[in-house]
Design a protein around this ligand. Structure first.
Ligand code: GLN
Length: 308
């Protein structure tokens, strides 16, 4: 169906087709095999209207876009104090797989880098059916409004090259910030990263954060407003890794990127946005995704610091 919003999104993606800079992530076998030319853009408003173009129904592994949602789930399961005890809320200014620990507390600086996300995964309620991964799937599915599943092939490939994440988990165990077995927690975290989503799903999940926790399509309150607000705050501070400052300056939308090429944005009170394009820049962010968000932010006045 043609609508002015869809036409606009098509104009944005048409303008990006010739951008071929960057490269697909090659340290996870299934990602190295991705078609680099795929491109999708999806928007869901807090009123529950969805618009999307391109490969909007193509499934990809959620990867690090899972981190804000798992953080929200941990806040839900354990409360703010328990979560704050194992992970900070400061931007790290370092790469996603850096062992960025605060001096003194040894906490990972934030839940958007791998060290923080592994600690957060370890906090999830393991008594749920299916353990921590079952919990992740339940919360993510409620956010998306459909039943999501793990891609076992992505998970297996990622576990075969997980030495660095295992090292992070072992290190966190020495500080008592992870109490479960290191292998167990990394296996669960990796399954969390291997959940399959489409750009449409991620836009809806983002719209749930943007609306203060109410899934705008099903009407279900999935998260308390305070959890949604905190999650968006941490996304703004740290969602784009070492590109966080330039992102805030040029785009001004709380966001989270993932190595499979997805990019989630959530503008409070307005909308959830997702772009998908697998070629990444040096910081691990989707090249076309960053350009798409810059354009949307400028054209629609979406920058948070906009006076009106
Ligand atoms: N699963 C990936 C990892 O742990 C996620 C990284 C990412 O998307 N930036 O390496």
């Amino acid at each position: 169906m043609r609508t002015p919003v869809r036409d606009y999104l098509l104009e944005v993606t048409d303008g990006l087709v010739d951008v071929r800079d960057g490269g697909v992530a090659d340290y996870i076998p299934a990602l190295a095999a991705a078609d680099p030319d795929r491109l999708a853009l999806a928007v869901t408003t807090v009123g529950g209207r969805s618009y999307s173009v391109g490969d909007d129904d193509l499934e990809f592994s959620v990867q690090s876009i899972s981190k804000p949602f798992a953080y929200a789930a941990a806040l839900l399961d354990r409360g703010t104090e328990a979560v704050d005890a194992v992970v900070g809320v400061e931007p790290s200014g370092e790469a996603f797989d850096e062992l960025s620990l605060e001096r003194g507390t040894h906490r990972p600086r934030n839940p958007m880098i791998n060290a923080g996300a592994i600690a957060v995964h370890g906090l999830l309620d393991a008594s749920a059916p299916g353990g921590r991964v079952g919990r992740v799937l339940d919360v993510f599915s409620a956010l998306a409004g459909r039943r999501l599943v793990v891609d076992d092939e992505v998970h297996a490939g990622e576990m075969a090259t997980a030495d660095r994440n295992l090292a992070l988990a072992h290190m966190l165990r020495t500080y008592g910030l992870v109490t479960a077995g290191a292998h167990d927690v990394v296996d669960g975290y990796t399954r969390q990263c291997s959940v399959l989503v489409t750009a449409r799903d991620v836009a809806v999940m983002g719209a749930t954060l943007a609306s203060g926790g109410v899934q705008p399509v099903t009407g279900e309150r999935v998260l308390p407003a305070a959890v949604a607000r905190r999650t968006l705050s941490v996304m703004l501070a740290a969602g784009m890794y070492d590109a966080a400052g330039s992102w805030i300056t040029h785009v001004g939308i709380p966001a989270k990127s993932g190595v499979s090429g997805g990019l989630l944005g959530a503008l409070p009170g307005q909308a959830g946005i997702c772009s998908f394009s697998p070629r990444l820049d040096g910081q691990g962010n989707s090249v076309r995704g960053v350009l798409a968000f810059r354009r949307l932010s400028a054209d629609m006045g979406m920058h948070l610091m906009e006076a009106e």
